[in-house]
Design a protein around this ligand. Structure first.
Ligand code: SAH
Ligand code: SF4
Ligand code: F3S
Length: 444
């Protein structure tokens, strides 16, 4: 019987992608996936350090994993516990001090070492815990095995790291400087995903629209070029890209929203705050006005585009007036979906030591006001879909028999009664009902 692995993933889509590549590696080594932690010979946590809560959750999960490790040991079974991802990069050897039962900890740029690490631990070459948080000179992508589609929608990392250094953010420290994969590598991976059942590819990067990979002739190319190349691939039905930085939205990229039919009419473009004073303190290289002008251009390129964003409330020194400006932007853009967070103080970032930190109570109030407004717009948008016929990519089983759940071009979840053979296909659905979080409809 082959040994089993269990992976728990925290954080952003990049981590989801990384976990799927880790799974590819482990399957190549002969391991089998299990969804039950108790059955796993190898337990991996792929971690996130973006806000305090995400990082703290890891340590409670590790405590539980330790208990299971001890229980299994009583029946003679060994459990290897590994931690990868952004918390490892941030905490470094601290992680082993806090959780000495962890066998290995690897930073997000070192996870291609997992198979080697497992072999060494098993041969008892490594009895001590191992931590590796290097930022290697070579790219981990060159060491990963061939990928396979995990379903009809796949993530494909084209860029990693960030040079923007927003003053609240840990990502430039956990993921390092920007790196773009060569065009040919991206196309090869996309080809394999399409050949193994993918219809939708979501090109990923922490700062995806600053992509500047080399083409086959060594010429540096931008995201607009890459989108055109991916759109030419046989069998591709949908393309998305996440996450974009406003100052890197160039005109060629905006034009893609007019010229590329398979590029979905939805864009996640975080603004963070509507106040220029706060944006400056955040070290964002755009004003609210710059952002609104980009949205206007996008809407001109494709009048049907739906916008999404990230917001932070309660950044140091944010006043009621600053916060009102964030609400003004929401009322102007009318986001169809968005994420919003209370500012979380991250050690080592410049904002953590800024004066006039905002009280928790005020952060909470502002978040509630903002989320209510965002939900209003999201609900209005969903209701506006009722009666329309929408192509839906079905990717999950629903609760009832013959019910499948899919995604609309705008990333809404849609429930529909249909033949289960339609799984991983795109069908046309007439929307009959809408709530804040989902749609339901009839196949036509
Ligand atoms: N590179 C992307 C996403 C970064 S992390 C971008 O720039 O948009 C995802 C989101 O987490 C950010 O957009 C921001 O809204 C939020 N975030 C990052 N650091 C944070 C912090 N210290 N406190 C609260 N939210 C934070
Ligand atoms: Fe963080 Fe800013 Fe980079 Fe986004 S752009 S990853 S928020 S530093
Ligand atoms: Fe979290 Fe790292 Fe992503 S900190 S949001 S997992 S890049």
């Amino acid at each position: 019987m082959s040994e089993k692995y269990f992976i728990k993933t925290f954080g952003c889509q990049m981590n989801v992608y990384d976990s799927s590549r880790i799974a590819d590696m482990l399957k190549n080594e002969g391991y089998e996936e299990t969804l039950k932690q108790q059955d796993a010979d190898i337990v991996l946590f792929n971690t996130c350090h973006i806000r305090e809560k995400a990082a703290e959750k890891l340590f409670s999960d590790l405590g539980r994993a330790h208990l299971i490790q001890l229980e299994r040991l009583e029946t003679g079974k060994r459990t290897i516990i590994g931690v990868v991802g952004c918390v490892v990069q941030a905490e470094d050897a601290q992680i082993i001090k806090r959780a000495p039962f962890v066998n290995f900890a690897l930073g997000p740029l070192m996870y291609h070492k997992i198979p080697e690490m497992l072999r060494e631990i098993k041969q008892n070459k490594k009895s001590e815990s191992v931590v590796n948080t290097e930022f290697p000179a070579e790219s981990k992508f060159d060491y990963l095995p061939e990928n396979r589609a995990q379903g009809a929608c796949s993530f494909l990392a084209i860029q990693e790291g960030c040079n923007n250094f927003c003053t609240y953010c840990v990502v430039p420290y956990t993921r390092g400087v920007e790196y773009s994969r060569p065009v040919a590598d991206v196309l090869k991976e996309a080809r394999r995903l399409l050949d193994t059942g993918t219809l939708e590819i979501n090109l990923l990067g922490q700062n995806v629209n600053s992509y500047h990979g080399e083409d086959e002739n060594g010429k540096e190319r931008d995201l607009a070029y890459l989108l055109h190349r991916v759109a030419e691939l046989d069998g591709i039905k949908r393309i998305r890209y996440t996450t974009s930085y406003p100052a890197d939205m160039n005109d060629d990229l905006i034009a893609c929203h007019k010229d590329i039919a398979v590029l979905m009419p939805y864009l996640h473009l975080p603004i963070q705050s509507g106040s220029d004073r706060i944006l400056k303190a955040m070290n964002r290289r755009h004003t609210a006005g710059d952002y609104l002008r980009i949205v206007e251009k996008l809407k001109k390129a494709n009048p049907n585009i739906g916008m999404s964003s990230d917001f932070i409330v309660g950044f140091p020194d944010e006043t009621d007036e600053d916060f009102q400006k964030t609400l003004d932007v929401v009322n102007e853009v009318k986001y169809i979906q968005a994420f919003s967070f209370k500012y979380s103080r991250r050690a080592g970032t410049p904002a953590a030591v800024m004066p006039n930190q905002v009280e928790e109570k005020i952060k909470k109030e502002r978040l509630e006001i903002l989320q209510n407004l965002l939900f209003d717009y999201q609900t209005k948008f969903n209701l506006s879909c009722v009666g329309k016929i929408i192509p839906v990519l079905l990717e999950q089983k629903g609760r009832h028999k013959d019910q499948l759940i899919g995604r609309t071009p705008y990333m809404q979840n849609l429930h529909v009664e249909t033949n289960s053979a339609n799984m991983n296909k795109i069908i046309n659905v007439k929307v009959v009902e809408a709530t804040t979080n989902s749609l339901s409809g009839k196949e036509i």
